[in-house]
Design a binder for this molecule. Structure first.
Ligand code: 13P
Ligand code: SF4
Length: 354
């Protein structure tokens, strides 16, 4: 549905009043009505860099989810304030690894006598606490666009990796991009004693994968791939690496949101694509390329939006911008100093990856 013209006008007016004081970042999974007001759009890697690249902006309004706003706060200056227009915009995957659970896991690895060989690699989609744990234990953050480089780096530092919290990105990168076998990976289940693993299994594993997943991407199935291939002959299947391993193995191409966009930009006219990632982005791409004769469909018609990404809508954005324009800071995301210093270490290791 088209946006309420009154709200559009109010967002424009508040943004104009704030001028250079405000910088609005929009993740690719955001609604069209929000993307319209983003000064920059990107995947989580690009947005982390872009937030850090605007030291002049007093307010960073982050249209995305909580962990992204935390990362922006960690990477921006102390006098910059990061605003998340709806505090309920979390990420179910990030919530699957808590600081207590990860500390307990480290104790298990220590008990098994392997902690010294383990380098933590945490996906951007994790809380600031998990990023701090990662920094403290010599590890790095990664995103879906640099996971291979992060793992290459980690295996130069140690013989094993603890990959948090997305088991699928960890497994897909290890097996698809680095030539490891499925047997090199074990899954640590935080809800079971010792992660549900024996000390021997831990000693044999190269990749210890945290048992987390994305509730949106985890729903694409091998059936979705088979169905779309039957329905659209010649279709190219392009999926995000948060999808299950069997889906990624059956796909033609795999990549982050930025990679998906670039691939479609470069695709020849007449080509057909089935995309396995969040629906807001897929719809936007389908519309954008419709007049270039590129057929773009959603990989599985039963998978829905990321409900927490969708919480940031135009009314929330207008409220945040108007509050700031009136001199009132709302929904500020602020990571405490101790957590920030270790989390920053891990994020900076990522930003320094070759
Ligand atoms: P990217 O934009 O880094 O591909 O991340 C996908 C995602 O799920 C963010 O929540
Ligand atoms: Fe989290 Fe998945 Fe939503 Fe991304 S798409 S914010 S990983 S639940």
């Amino acid at each position: 549905a088209p946006s309420d013209p009154d709200l559009v006008e109010r967002a424009r007016a508040a943004k104009a009043k704030l001028g250079d004081k405000v910088f609005v970042l929009g993740h690719h999974y955001q609604r069209d009505e929000v993307i319209e007001f983003a000064d920059v759009t990107g995947d989580s890697f690009k947005l982390a860099r872009d937030a850090a690249a605007r030291p002049d902006a007093e307010y960073i309004v982050f249209c995305g989810v909580h962990f992204m706003a935390e990362s922006a706060d960690i990477l921006t200056g102390d006098d910059q304030q990061v605003i998340l227009p709806d505090l309920a915009a979390g990420c179910s995957m990030a919530d699957m690894a808590t600081a207590e659970q990860v500390a307990e896991c480290w104790d298990v690895l220590t008990e098994a006598g392997i902690a010294e060989q383990v380098v933590p690699v945490s996906y951007m989609n994790s809380s600031a606490d998990i990023k701090a744990f990662t920094g403290k234990h010599g590890g790095t953050i990664c995103t879906s666009s640099n996971a291979k480089r992060a793992l290459d780096w980690a295996f130069e530092q140690g013989a094993k990796v603890l990959f948090l919290p997305d088991q699928h990105l960890g497994r897909n990168t290890a097996v698809r991009d680095m030539g490891m076998s499925l047997d090199d990976c074990v899954v640590y289940n935080p809800h079971k004693p010792n992660g549900g693993l024996t000390a021997e299994q831990l000693r044999d594993a190269k990749m210890i994968l945290w048992r987390g997943h994305c509730s949106v991407h985890g729903r694409f199935s091998l059936d979705s791939v088979d169905d779309v291939r039957a329905r659209i002959p010649g279709v190219n299947v392009l999926v995000h690496p948060e999808c299950k391993h069997e889906v990624v193995a059956a796909a033609d191409h795999v990549g982050s949101t930025e990679h998906i966009i670039r691939t479609l930009e470069d695709a020849p006219a007449g080509s057909k694509w089935a995309i396995g990632t969040e629906l807001n982005l897929v719809r936007r791409l389908a519309n954008r390329f419709a007049d270039q004769d590129k057929e773009i469909v959603f990989l599985d018609r039963t998978v829905c939006f990321c409900s927490t990404m969708n919480r940031i809508d135009l009314p929330h954005l207008v409220w945040a911008l108007e509050s700031l324009a009136a001199g009132k800071v709302v929904n500020r995301i602020e990571v405490d100093k101790e957590t920030e210093s270790f989390a920053k270490l891990a994020l900076e290791r990522m930003l320094a990856l070759p």
